[in-house]
Design a binder for this molecule. Structure first.
Ligand code: NAD
Length: 258
């Protein structure tokens, strides 16, 4: 392994690019810089128009439509991986969704539908993807997902998504326990707030950004690039001893914020 290009020749898939502000895109750019070979998914035809030019700009090797709630599409994704590469070294899972009405006001009013939908897309999908990828993942393989502080604290407006992130972080530990004996690692990055499409749906998001800039030890928020670099590290052999962890990329906000 070279410290310069720690991902040289490693093949991986990125789920969750919607546009060039997506955290998944920041991670993709870091991975390409580190020498990785990438395949991508998009969710539905509408997003394909935005995602395809991005994928082409980094010479992505394929782009597959994959709604994580659709088992046939999940299976199609891994058939494509098998056909193209015959194996897989890493996965970036940067997918989440909750209904807009569940990301405003309090948590108390969350509907059954809204609760289940948020959990299916934002938490269960990691397990489903790891399950389907498992036969293809190589020893030394690595999986990274994205979480947020709202999974451990009750952050106003984050509501059902916070509960889903708690479930996601716990899933990371169980998946790490199951896949560890095969030398496969699973970790989460708990990222500070970043202006993205998904973040726009969260009530009071701009206040959250202001509070972080005031109270984080670094007195600023974090960038897509900073999260990208950390994901690249966790996915690379440089992080070979780290699994089942939640790593905070939040300018230190968790230790001083309230
Ligand atoms: P984004 O809107 O760019 O990405 C969210 C992605 O989820 C999109 O690409 C969307 O297509 C995908 N998605 C939603 N439902 C899906 C489904 N059913 N099937 C497949 N894909 C689906 O926003 P982002 O902020 O980059 O979000 C990426 C991840 O980072 C999410 O897990 C989010 O919770 C997490 N995160 C974001 C922040 C932030 O402040 N932006 C902070 C911490 C964690």
């Amino acid at each position: 392994m070279s410290f310069d290009r720690p991902m040289a020749d490693r093949r991986g898939i990125v789920l969750g690019v919607a546009n060039d502000r997506s955290i998944a895109w920041g991670i993709s750019k870091a991975l390409v810089g580190a020498g990785a070979r990438l395949g991508f998914t998009h969710q539905g035809e509408r997003l394909e128009r935005r995602v395809r030019p991005l994928v082409e700009s980094v010479e992505g090797e394929f782009l597959v439509d994959c709604d994580v709630t659709d088992d046939a599409q999940v299976e199609q994704l891994f058939s494509t991986v098998e056909e193209k590469w015959g194996g897989l070294d890493f996965i970036v899972h940067a997918v989440a969704f909750a209904k807009k009405e569940d990301l405003e006001g309090g948590f108390l009013g969350t509907s059954r539908d809204g609760f289940l939908l948020a959990h299916e897309i934002s938490s269960y999908s990691l397990t489903r993807i790891c399950q389907a990828a498992s036969p293809l993942l190589s020893e030394g393989g690595s999986v990274v997902t994205l979480s947020y502080l709202g999974g451990e604290r009750a952050i106003p407006g984050y509501n059902v998504m916070g509960v889903a992130k708690a479930s996601l972080e716990s899933s990371v530990r169980y998946l790490a326990a199951d896949l560890g004996p095969r030398g496969i690692r699973v970790n989460a990055i708990s990222a500070g707030p970043i202006q993205t499409l998904a973040a726009r749906g969260i009530g009071g998001f701009s206040q959250i950004l202001d509070v972080v800039s005031e109270r984080a030890p670094l007195r600023r928020g974090v960038t897509q690039e900073e999260v990208g670099n950390t994901a690249c590290f966790l996915l690379s052999p440089l992080a070979s001893g780290i699994t089942g962890e939640v790593i905070y990329v939040d300018a230190g906000y968790r230790i001083t914020g309230m």
